[in-house]
Design a protein around this ligand. Structure first.
Ligand code: NI
Length: 270
């Protein structure tokens, strides 16, 4: 079944129908979703969502644009979340130079700090990198990220850089953008990266694929992305879905058919 490696189901865009939507996911062929934290509040929300749905897992971390004002106490909190059985990654973390609102040095220092956290708790990382290709790669090399592992989500750089990340042992997250008419660069990436390193993601509620572009996105639309990647790689959609699901389980180090006892989740108070 389809594995959505990156979504934001805490988002207020889902406030009106979150339960209804998530309960309908198996009807869309969705087997697993990882809901991703982007600050302290949404990391807590991701933890809470993993307790409500058996097929929803979580990542906790602070997005570069939200790093101003972070403290070591926050890192302690993330570390506690990371110990929970359904938290499978630290993220999303990284660098975002697109908007000038968060100081680059502040972003870099919390990126380094959260990479250290991932190393400490032995979880892979979910990397967000926008308009910051060089600094992201430099820091990841300095921090020996090949020993940490993870995914570069919503990959937006060149195929050459994608292959460098693959060499570091990273996966490449591909979502709705690959269906857009102006997706030339991402199409090249999808054709260049080994098939066993591509994972599907929505970034829901953002980046809805064609022909739903501009609308609220949700995991049920991932079949449109799978169809496009399958076409680009000359495999069937079914095959593409099977391979990317295996990739996602390897990325997040989940065993096939892994079930987590609910009691374990609720013991840890949120
Ligand atoms: Ni995201």
């Amino acid at each position: 079944m389809i594995f959505d490696t990156h979504a934001h189901y805490d988002d207020s865009a889902f406030d009106e129908d979150r339960d209804e939507l998530l309960n309908s996911m198996s009807g869309y062929g969705i087997g697993t979703i990882v809901t991703i934290g982007a600050d302290m509040k949404t990391s807590a929300a991701a933890v809470a969502l993993t307790g409500r749905y058996s097929f929803v897992y979580g990542a906790v971390g602070v997005h570069p644009s939200e790093t101003a004002g972070l403290s070591e106490r926050d890192m302690e909190q993330l570390k506690e979340y990371a110990a929970l059985p359904k938290i499978v990654a630290i993220g999303e973390i990284g660098l975002d130079y697109h908007y000038p609102d968060t100081d680059r040095e502040v972003q870099q220092s919390w990126f380094v700090r959260q990479l250290a956290l991932a190393r400490e708790v032995r979880l892979p990382v979910v990397i967000h990198s926008r308009d910051a290709a060089e600094d992201t790669m430099r820091i990841m090399k300095e921090q020996r990220c090949e020993e940490i592992g993870g995914v570069v989500h919503c990959f937006s750089y060149s195929k050459e850089l994608a292959l460098q990340y693959v060499d570091m042992g990273f996966y490449i997250g591909v979502g709705g953008v690959v269906t857009f008419k102006n997706a030339k660069k991402l199409v090249e990436v999808v054709q260049a990266v080994p098939l066993d390193r591509i994972v599907l993601e929505t970034d829901a509620p953002y980046l809805s694929p064609e022909p739903e572009r501009g609308r609220r996105n949700h995991s049920g639309r991932l079949a449109l992305v799978a169809d496009r990647i399958a076409e680009l790689r000359g495999v069937t959609a079914q095959e593409l879905i099977r391979i990317t699901e295996e990739n996602a389980r390897r990325l997040y180090r989940m065993k096939a058919g892994q079930k987590v006892e609910k009691s374990k989740i609720f013991q840890s108070s949120i």
